[in-house]
Design a protein around this ligand. Structure first.
Ligand SMILES: [Zn+2]
Length: 128
């Protein structure tokens, strides 16, 4: 996962994730909620923002089941990448875990689960 903004401005995201909270930025001026966190509003370009917690649940919009794993994931089983939509239209791309492939359907309810790999927090979707 890569962010094109200074790390200091997004550290709140990673710190919250370590505590199991999924937060992102909301523009203080026009109220646009962005994901990934944006220090500058993509809509009105304001640099003022607050952190808001996203809903517990998202709705599966679309997904891709990856059969041919790239070399960097050799040894991984086929996996599913999902785009979930939270209320307000915020869309998040993440791996979908613990979902049998034949049960994955657009419209299903997902929630974000925080994980850590060593020191590094990351997140996945799991079915509700
Ligand atoms: Zn704005």
């Amino acid at each position: 996962m890569r962010f094109d903004i200074p790390i200091a401005k997004t550290s709140e995201f990673w710190e919250s994730l370590k505590k199991g909270k999924f937060v992102t930025t909301k523009c203080a001026k026009c109220g646009t909620v962005s994901f990934p966190p944006q220090a500058d509003c993509p809509k009105c370009l304001s640099g003022e923002f607050t952190w808001v917690q996203l809903d517990e649940e998202a709705t599966l919009l679309t997904f891709t089941q990856v059969q041919m794993t790239p070399a960097s994931f050799a040894g991984e089983k086929p996996y599913t990448i999902a785009i979930g939509e939270f209320s307000g239209g915020v869309r998040v791309l993440a791996w979908l875990e613990r979902a049998a492939r034949e049960n994955v359907k657009p419209g299903m309810k997902l929630r974000i689960e925080a994980r850590t790999a060593g020191e590094n927090p990351y997140y996945v979707f799991v079915p509700v």
